[in-house]
Design a protein around this ligand. Structure first.
Ligand code: DX5
Ligand code: ZN
Length: 217
């Protein structure tokens, strides 16, 4: 994926019609289905589970990522790889053995990503950036959709863009991503955007209409 890519945050979807939601998002031209997995421990919430991942996986040939907001994600790499995740994001704030777990993800044949909460400085993961395919920069505190964008993270994103120039990883932004933020951040080097309630879900327009519009930003 070289163009800007869009990742619907499926925890925001209408789960009473999940198959239909996935089919509409497929048709609308999204790129990666973003699956927020939570353990009620690393974050004070639960979102999607393995059955949700299987249901989305069964209804799309597009990429599916899992955003593991769970403690000790290294224990569950095989589980999510076998359930069909194409990209596995882990939090350095939740994993004591980062390099080992990143290598485990790669050994499972999947793409790997680090997801960092707003407070985490990029310096704390700088020795790993040449080992990951994606860096998921959270612009809200993890665990809940519908929050407000934390403005201080934009400066961190600008710093990451400078570092990224010598690396192969792609920058993805996750949390309160509005059309205005897509326009602003794609111009400075962000490659991917997780779309939740700020842009895509619970709107009175079709996914097709919204995706068509944001692809022109
Ligand atoms: C929050 C999740 C995000 C969230 C995005 O912990 O990682 O993916 O669902 O939803 P909005 O865009 O509503 O913040
Ligand atoms: Zn997420």
């Amino acid at each position: 994926m070289n163009k800007t890519f869009f990742c619907p945050s499926m925890m925001c979807a209408d789960f009473s019609n999940l198959k239909d939601e996935v089919e509409q998002l497929n048709a609308a031209g999204v790129d990666v289905f973003h699956m927020d997995i939570m353990d009620g421990n690393f974050v004070p919430n639960f979102a999607l589970g393995t059955n949700d991942l299987q249901a989305v996986r069964a209804n799309t040939d597009k990429l599916v990522d899992v955003h593991l907001m769970i403690k000790e994600p290294g224990k569950y790499v095989e589980l999510f790889a076998n359930l069909g995740a194409d990209i596995i994001y882990i939090h350095p704030e939740a994993e004591p053995h980062l390099l080992r777990t990143l290598n485990k993800i790669k050994a499972s044949g999947k793409k790997c990503g680090l997801a960092i909460v707003p407070e985490t400085a990029i310096e704390s993961v700088k020795y790993l950036l040449d080992k990951v395919d994606y860096l998921l920069v959270m612009t809200v505190s993890p665990g809940f959709a519908g929050q407000r964008y934390l403005d201080f993270v934009t400066d961190k994103i600008k710093d990451i863009v400078k570092v990224q120039k010598q690396q192969h990883f792609k920058i993805v932004v996750d949390g309160a991503v509005s059309p205005e933020k897509i326009a602003e951040l794609s111009k400075i080097g962000v490659a991917g955007f997780v779309l939740g309630t700020a842009t895509l879900f619970n709107k009175n327009e079709t996914y097709q209409t919204i995706i068509e519009r944001i692809k022109k930003l």
